[in-house]
Design a protein around this ligand. Structure first.
Ligand SMILES: NC(=O)c1ccc[n+]([C@@H]2O[C@H](COP(=O)([O-])OP(=O)(O)OC[C@H]3O[C@@H](n4cnc5c(N)ncnc54)[C@H](O)[C@@H]3O)[C@@H](O)[C@H]2O)c1
Length: 244
């Protein structure tokens, strides 16, 4: 069987980079996309893959990424949307623009890339896999997260809506919901002893996720064993959401 072609956004760092490595390890040809072109090129070189620069918040970025992937590899099998931003602050004084930016990257960026991939999957006619990266904040809110939790809550409903729309085409759409994960995004909170302790007090397993923990779940949802699973949110959170 020829290798699967997998496109991962936000793959220049953190969870996306771990996903790119994990999918390459199982034999996929991985396209590494990030708005930080140097970071994308670095991870792509490590994996002998294709590195692409793209800001998913720019409308049409998805079509461009899919077109460049297909012109290089001839097809597309898997898309993972890990590009995301976390903006925090007290809701009453949070600039509306901050909320808009969060929606632009986390929601519209995921939609734009997933829909572009689905158009390609439909044209190929043999299904496809979409994995969106949500968050425990798709399911739970914390103080200061009006922008982030609103956007990640929308990613959960986007997952369900796309799953229902594309099920008849054999395209599965699922979301992973990482808990606090050891990446640059959480370095500020995990690096501060008080904030780290407060966050980890919510995690029954008592430790942050490693990016590889999330990548393993993405590998499952984007692989052959998950063919009858669509529209779910899979928490990878050390028990956070189970504990409430
Ligand atoms: N780290 C956590 O604790 C945590 C927890 C839950 C969910 N998540 C989610 O996981 C995903 C990855 O987060 P991470 O922790 O790896 O963060 P990160 O900041 O380490 O990496 C994010 C990557 O996405 C890229 N990116 C950001 N905006 C982009 C855009 N508009 N277009 C293209 N690329 C863009 C960045 O350049 C970076 O390489 C995000 O969606 C995040 O919300 C993270």
């Amino acid at each position: 069987m020829s290798p699967r072609i997998s496109l991962v956004t936000g793959a220049g760092a953190g969870i996306g980079a771990a996903v790119a490595r994990r999918l390459a390890d199982r034999g996929d040809r991985v396209v590494v996309a990030d708005r930080d072109g140097d970071a994308a090129a670095r991870i792509a070189a490590e994996l002998d893959g294709l590195g692409l620069t793209a800001d998913v918040a720019v409308e049409g970025a998805g079509d461009d990424l899919v077109a460049r992937t297909v012109s290089h590899h001839g097809r597309l099998d898997v898309v993972v949307t890990s590009a995301g931003i976390e903006r925090t602050g007290p809701a009453a004084t949070l600039p509306t623009g901050t909320v808009r930016d969060s929606l632009a990257v986390n929601v519209l960026g995921s939609f734009d890339v997933a829909a572009a991939a689905a158009r390609r999957f439909q044209a190929q006619g043999d299904g496809g896999r979409v994995v969106l990266v949500g968050s425990v904040n798709s399911l739970r809110a914390l103080p200061g997260q009006a922008a982030y939790a609103t956007s990640k809550g929308a990613v959960l409903m986007l997952t369900r809506a796309l799953a229902v729309d594309w099920a008849a085409d054999g395209i599965t759409v699922n979301m992973v919901a990482p808990g606090v994960t050891d990446t640059a995004m959480s370095a500020g909170s995990l690096g501060d002893p008080e904030r780290r302790a407060a966050l980890l007090s919510r995690v029954p397993m008592g430790r942050p996720a490693r990016p590889e923990d999330i990548a393993d779940a993405v590998a499952f949802l984007s692989g052959p064993e998950a063919g009858y699973i669509t529209g779910i949110a899979l928490p990878v959170d050390g028990g956070w959401s189970a504990a409430g």
